[in-house]
Design a protein around this ligand. Sequence first.
Ligand code: FAD
Ligand code: TPP
Length: 575
Amino acid sequence: MSKKTVAELLVETLAGAGVERIYGVAGDSLNGITDSIRKRDDIQWIPVHHEEAAAFAAGADAHLSGRLAVCAGSCGPGNLHLINGLYDCHRSRVPVLAIAAQIPSPEIGSGYFQETHPEQLFAQCSHYCELVSQPEQMPRVLEIAMQTALSRRGVAVIALPGDVALRAATAHQPRRHFPQPTPCVCPAGDEIATLAKILNEATKITILGGAGCAGAHTELIELAGKLKAPIVHAMRGKEFIEYDNPFDVGMTGLLGFSSGYHAMMNCDVLLMLGTDFPYQQFFPKDATIVQIDLRGEQLGRRTKIDYGFVGDTKTTLQALLPKLVQNEFEEHLQASREHYQKARKGLDDLATGEPGTKPIHPQYVVRVLDELAATDAIFSCDVGTPTIWAARYLTMNGQRRLLGSFTHGSMANALPQAIGAQVSHPGRQVVSLSGDGGLAMLLGELLSLRQLQLPVKVVVFKNDALAFVELEMKAAGVLDFATDLHNPDFAKIAEAAGLLGLTVDTPEQVRPLLTQALKHDGPALVEIRVHRQELSMPPTITLEQVTGFSLFMLKAVLSGHGDELIDLARINLFR
Ligand SMILES: Cc1cc2nc3c(=O)[nH]c(=O)nc-3n(C[C@H](O)[C@H](O)[C@H](O)COP(=O)(O)OP(=O)(O)OC[C@H]3O[C@@H](n4cnc5c(N)ncnc54)[C@H](O)[C@@H]3O)c2cc1C
Ligand SMILES: Cc1ncc(C[n+]2csc(CCOP(=O)(O)OP(=O)(O)O)c2C)c(N)n1
């Protein structure tokens, strides 16, 4: 019988599979695991201050590396805190294993101190969630969990009672190799022929691409060239699609560009590639819609489709391209591109910083940040108005990365995601675009930056409000309420926490202080006093006009200024 404990076997299995770190907060029920990590030098414990941050950090790590990342929480409250972050990982389809420590096994079912039932709690945010109740289950349950997280892409959870973790393991040799499966999936020959026929017979074709186009940039651009098709992207596809793309016509959706919207509405055939863009209202009603997705269950989920094919984008396009004839009809592409340039200019015109004017336009801040940031910077943006600025003013180039809580939509994501990004990519510049509400929600994670010596740059958009919600309230015709924030001086808090803390009050300070922060050899926080209601309600739109219109929020979000409807609001509300 080996003297190795279950916890040691668990840690050995993870390390052997290439897992380099576990994010978490220590606790009694995790002692076996943390102690096993202490004894090894091929795997690290990454201490954060809130388990939710551990899950977000692991999600960012997995998203950027494409590999399994791991987080852990102690029993009861410790692993309950993981849940929101795990929902985000699961819904973003990143492979994350969560170790949820459990109370001593003989006490389960007695209402013991800190007792919860992780198998039930994590059921909705995982593909696999099992209790390890005896040593003989290990490492098999762990291996199944890891394989499931990788193969189905999402979260897997193992609940491990502290006492079981300390018992002697019965198995010796864990499996070593857990590569991320990357199967080539191609629709059958007759399906490719059908797809080619639809596309060859159409002239006005638009492509809507999403995160499922990652790794298929060359094929995508060649496809658009053959089809003379404008490419619209969904938010999670921005980092993979926008760059080096002469067919780019911007994003669609509430935060999108009117050019993206029009390109989709005016086409005869819409080709959806690797996207789960969620907003039904933005899909055309009369076009033929063709969808290609790696997961069959995604087909037709967001809009009624005419044809659906199961395949990965790269392999499918490689099979399709030789069967396509060159489309000679240029007008649709030209009109969409011209529209895009106009929409882009409209947004750029809002990103100004007149000396002396206060408060500062947040658009200007992000435009300057975009100019100053490294070619391979990793950005994360909080849910709230920072997501809007990131979508519109950060330029992707194939090397830069963009993290957000785009599918789950949770506040306070940016700082913990930046932690995961910086830990897993120590040489890269990592910038968190944080809301003042979002930062405050997981403020303790500033301390993690110091403790872990992570040179993350936190740019705080200080508008003294839950501004995104305020916009929604205005748009819904209700008075703002409960959205005020009586903020502290975040720069001073940062200084006290051992970070460089800077305050920007005027537009002329934006560039020098962002430059100083980016150059700083260590963590830095730049608090920027930005306009509270940058996206004000267009005064010409009344509640009656939008009653029953499910995109009511759009009129607030998409208008750059109260008197200037630059985007989709006009198209949707006044047609
Ligand atoms: C405040 C806020 C506002 C937002 N506003 C907008 C907005 O205006 N516009 C917008 O676009 N988004 C917006 N979002 C984000 C939105 O909620 C969705 O997360 C986003 O649109 C989805 O992007 P996606 O389709 O690229 O990625 P996903 O939702 O991740 O979909 C990717 C799809 O690709 C498939 N796939 C994966 N790999 C492959 C492969 N190799 N080959 C083929 N298929 C594959 C997957 O199965 C999945 O169906 C907003 C989010 C927030 C928080
Ligand atoms: C955990 C969580 N709570 C509440 C919300 C609802 N919500 C969405 S955006 C937002 C405001 C975000 O405020 P802040 O971080 O200050 O950014 P701002 O919009 O002001 O720039 C809120 C409360 C949410 N998405 N997630």
